[in-house]
Ligand binder design. Structure first.
Ligand SMILES: [Zn+2]
Length: 120
């Protein structure tokens, strides 16, 4: 599963950054930094070495925190049990998704621009 550099939620750009100090010092693999629209992930290095599946899972976990926050569920975003369950399902779906090899990626924005004639 590829981990993005950034993505958008409700028009806000969420940056994905790798920071050894913020996560390692708190013994987390990631954190949702709502104030700065960032997901911070623990990079692998000499001190810390996680399997790629755990790094991807950490990204999904922090993503679910952001999804619940943006969707207007402030209590659910703090519910670590709920966040963890949803993030494991999301991680499995994204990491096992199969695509047609020769097809171009499908983006909703491209479809919309074709329908409306935008970007021409
Ligand atoms: Zn969490």
């Amino acid at each position: 599963m590829k981990i993005p550099k950034r993505f958008k939620l409700y028009g806000h750009t969420i940056e994905v950054v790798w920071d050894n100090t913020q996560c390692h010092d708190s013994d987390n693999r990631g954190l949702a930094d709502y104030r700065n629209n960032r997901i911070v992930l623990q990079p692998n290095g000499d001190q810390v070495k996680y399997p790629q599946s755990l790094v991807a899972q950490a990204f999904c976990h922090e993503l679910v925190h952001f999804l619940l926050d943006c969707a207007g569920y402030p209590d659910d975003r703090k519910d670590e049990t709920k966040v963890e369950r949803i993030s494991h399902l999301l991680h499995q779906a994204l990491s096992t998704a199969e695509y047609e090899d020769d097809e171009e990626p499908f983006y909703v924005a491209d479809l919309l621009s074709k329908q409306t004639g935008a970007n021409k």
